[in-house]
Design a protein around this ligand. Sequence first.
Ligand SMILES: Nc1ncnc2c1ncn2[C@@H]1O[C@H](COP(=O)(O)OP(=O)(O)OP(=O)(O)O)[C@@H](O)[C@H]1O
Ligand code: SF4
Ligand SMILES: [Mg+2]
Length: 319
Amino acid sequence: MPILTVDDLRTHYFTEAGPVKAVDGVSFTLDKGESIGIAGESGCGKTTLAMSLMRLIKGGAVVGGKIHLGDISLLDMSINEFRKIRWERISLVSQAAMGALNPVYTVGSQIVEAIQLHWDMSKSEAWERTAHLLTLVKVDPVRGRSYPHELSGGMKQRIMIAMALACDPEIIIADEMTTALDVVTQAQVLKLLIDLQKRLDLSLIYISHELSVLGQACDKMIIMYAGKIVEMGPTAKIFGAPKHPYTQKLLGSLMDIHSDCVIPDSIPGKPPDLLNPPKGCRFWPRCTVGQVTCETQEPLLIEVEPGHYMACNCSDDKI
Ligand SMILES: Nc1ncnc2c1ncn2[C@@H]1O[C@H](COP(=O)(O)OP(=O)(O)OP(=O)(O)O)[C@@H](O)[C@H]1O
Ligand code: SF4
Ligand SMILES: [Mg+2]
């Protein structure tokens, strides 16, 4: 049984102009020890999906679908019951979370507080666990006595990973975790997370604009466009033989170091307004291979080969 099952999830933001359908019918599963990468252009609903899984949506709500952790239905729980799940079974590392470290407390004491909030542990036991967590993320436990401003960006992000691991969760969601870091530090933090994921047998949902990072870190890929999954499958298949026209364009926008052309392709146009998305295929206005029917006929996500799913009205040979 998958550790996480997301079924037809719909999350809307409520605005004066109407509901913004930021996540609109998303389904996938995550197995124990598996890592899934989620990619797509800005505004396609990646963070909304992550926040829906953490039940941290502000200015909107999950309006439909199901989320199961094993056989527990997370959306049927009260928010108080869910607080036992958040951080103890699913936790989050994000770029925004790094700024959430309180500048007036040492980073170690903030990890201690997180542990004690969830677990019945004495202060000295919680400090012992904090030292263990800091060692896991390759930070000298002495740095637990430092204040956030005394640490580099990379070190702060390691602290955030230690914080996410504080209560021994099974699933970690990393949302643009390394975006604010320089390339070298990004690579180090990413390597750390991949090592920890394997060592602790964690399940990982990794959200990033950096397709090459996802390619290194993830077993499976989900490509989102305008609140929906357009393609999903093993990373090697998605990178080696992408099937959906949007995935092909997205990967085409990666710089090919083997090509003579050093200017990556960009995708003309922009994703639709999710207040009023197109009725049929949401990619239709930008798709270069679309048919007339695509304007009105919404494509369904179907399995095109074992474990590989795509939502496109046109079969391979027409594309
Ligand atoms: N609080 C909010 N109120 C109204 N609309 C929102 C709110 N938060 C996000 N949105 C809209 O929901 C859609 C999805 O946003 P989301 O942040 O989930 O995208 P994203 O894929 O994470 O983008 P990025 O790559 O830029 O982080 C966007 O159209 C965004 O403008
Ligand atoms: S359904 Fe049609 S418009 Fe949409 S991606 Fe496929 S070919 Fe393009
Ligand atoms: Mg985001």
